[in-house]
Design a protein. Structure first.
Length: 186
């Protein structure tokens, strides 16, 4: 049994990151691809299909505290490990998008660079992580309207950087990430 793992929000300036793990059914799910290659509407459709058809799925947050106190890579690996452990079925092998994989006792984890383009299990995890993270950003947006989170999902868009320069960071911004934007975009 093979699971795929990926994350969303690692490079964001705001909020948590989300890691997801997915075990697909033997027949797979046709048309899966990296979440970045799909429109928001198509991601939502695949998200619902993945949740309905997968043998198991789980997600975990890499918290703002983990990102700030340790670093974003360690927070990512911890969130990935928690997502893997959260699966209702125990996979024999886990394919992880990226150059490093978390260590999970009793489970073989394999890092795969550009794995979200190569393995449908990782593509599925990519979609689940992205949709959940985007939903978090949309839900948080009314509390922080100045940052336009519903549009930029917390990433360093020109408008988001401009707002950081004008009004500063919120308590949910990643301090280490936004330091260079305190004076506004260059």
């Amino acid at each position: 049994m093979v699971a795929g793992v990926d994350e969303a929000g690692r490079g964001s300036l705001f909020g948590p990151l989300v890691a997801a793990a997915v075990i697909l059914p033997p027949e797979g799910i046709e048309g899966l691809r990296d979440s970045k290659e799909l429109s928001p509407g198509k991601r939502e459709k695949f998200f619902r299909r993945i949740l309905k058809k997968s043998l198991a799925w789980a997600f975990s947050l890499g918290t703002l505290e983990e990102i700030e106190e340790e670093n974003v890579l360690r927070a990512t690996l911890k969130a990935m490990a928690r997502a893997i452990k959260g699966l209702e079925l125990r996979p024999d092998t886990v394919l992880v998008d990226g150059p490093v994989a978390p260590e999970v006792p009793g489970v073989k984890t394999i890092p795969v660079i550009h794995g979200d383009r190569l393995f449908p299990q990782i593509s599925a995890a990519s979609i689940v992580a992205k949709v959940i993270r985007d939903r978090i950003m949309v839900k948080m947006s009314p509390g922080f309207p100045s940052y336009l989170l519903e549009k930029n999902m917390g990433y360093a868009t020109q408008e988001h950087r401009k707002r950081l320069g004008e009004i500063g960071a919120s308590p949910f911004h990643r301090d280490k990430f936004v330091l260079k934007y305190k004076s506004g975009p260059k």
